[in-house]
Ligand binder design. Structure first.
Ligand SMILES: Nc1ncnc2c1ncn2[C@@H]1O[C@H](COP(=O)(O)OP(=O)(O)OP(=O)(O)O)[C@@H](O)[C@H]1O
Ligand SMILES: [Mg+2]
Length: 345
């Protein structure tokens, strides 16, 4: 432009001003032209992102309701494990293929977590699961509300395979209190109403009282409207679990699955949690994973889980007398001479 325009200007054909103006215009034109040529790149990037988004949206849910699912009737419930085998889904089954290919080198073989687990919890019975860490107790508890599907055998409630039941009825019948209860960053009231949106003030108080936590809540300046969770009022582990129990009481399920977290409770809150549990479990079919054997001495059935199998089962006295794994676990826990419940020998 300068070369051509300069020559023309020297020859007197156009003004120098015109040359300067033309080059300025040309600069203005370049910007939009470059942007226009980049549009294709932008569109391609967006298309790739769309592909990823749709891949996530199209991912089939692992737990899906069958078309002809039936509702589990409410009332006393019988929980049955019939030759259950289980392993956690491999990475490829639960995540995106396109991410797997770049993220994880080669997923290791799936490990069998449970094999041939069979037992029956009759209506109203308390079945306790004990055993070493990593034995598969928590995993067994996940199968009752169908958080995962079994690989073999079946889990039945009142004779209905949980895979044939409607998800909603399953959620109403089974209630879980986990090892680490989660509270939303919201008021205590909101955290409780989550279980029963139309609960009255009276019902909330009753549930909190049953869970042995009403006095503490009432002593807070905002009472039920105190914010808890991450940035709110920090409840201790035992208090959180009691709120979770109150939530469960509100829901009034027929089957209670409880993963005890007494391991990190001081003895005072442990007593409170025990009292709360007594109310919560009364008259319900309960599956309790116990870490403190003192809590389950009265269980109708104690199942000792070891390496994904039920090693032995029975009542406390029988298992102690049998001198197997349970007797060994019991002795390890109660060896401290200060414990008044320790066996005398
Ligand atoms: N989400 C998961 N994905 C894959 N494997 C898992 C998963 N959760 C647990 N496991 C494996 O399953 C096995 C059983 O774990 P589980 O949590 O059932 O043990 P547990 O008996 O509850 O132990 P603890 O007494 O410590 O709570 C363990 O070997 C563990 O590594
Ligand atoms: Mg566990």
């Amino acid at each position: 432009m300068y070369g051509w325009g300069g020559t023309m200007a020297v020859q007197g054909l156009i003004d120098v001003g015109t040359v300067v103006a033309l080059t300025a215009y040309l600069n203005k034109l370049y910007g939009p032209l470059t942007a226009l040529s980049n549009v294709q790149v932008d569109i391609m990037t967006a298309l790739v992102s769309f592909e990823r988004v749709f891949e996530v949206l199209d991912l089939p849910t692992l737990i899906a309701e069958r078309p002809n699912a039936v509702a589990i009737p409410r009332g006393p419930a019988r929980v049955e494990f019939d030759g259950v085998a289980f392993s956690y889904p491999a990475a490829g089954e639960v995540s995106l293929a396109s991410l797997e290919s770049i993220g994880v080198p080669d997923a290791p073989d799936v490990q069998t977590v449970l094999s041939d687990v069979s037992f029956v919890a009759e209506p109203g019975q308390l079945v306790a699961l004990v055993g070493p860490s990593g034995a598969g107790k928590t995993t067994m508890s996940y199968l009752i509300p169908r958080l995962y599907d079994v690989r073999g055998g079946a889990v039945r409630i009142n004779g209905i395979d949980v895979r044939d039941a409607t998800i909603e009825s399953l959620q109403n019948v089974v209630s879980m209190v986990t090892q680490d209860s989660h509270l939303f960053h919201d008021t205590i009231r909101a955290n409780l109403l989550y279980a029963k949106p139309d609960a009255t003030e009276e019902e909330l108080r009753e549930a909190l009282a049953g869970a042995q936590i009403l006095p503490l809540i009432e002593s807070l300046p905002d009472g039920l409207d105190t914010k808890v969770g991450e940035r709110g009022y920090r409840l201790s582990g035992g208090e959180k679990q009691r709120i979770a129990i109150a939530r469960m009481l509100l829901k009034a399920p027929d089957v209670v699955v409880l993963d005890e977290a007494t391991a990190h409770l001081d003895s005072e809150s442990e007593v409170a949690v025990q009292a709360a549990l007594k109310t919560a479990l009364a008259g319900r079919t309960s599956i309790v994973i116990a870490h403190r054997l003192s809590t389950i001495r009265d269980a109708d059935q104690i199942l000792v889980v070891s390496e994904g199998r039920i090693a032995e089962g029975g009542r406390h006295e029988d298992l102690l007398a049998a001198g197997g794994l349970y007797a060994e676990l019991y002795r390890t826990q109660f060896r401290t001479p200060k414990d008044p419940s320790a066996p005398t020998e």
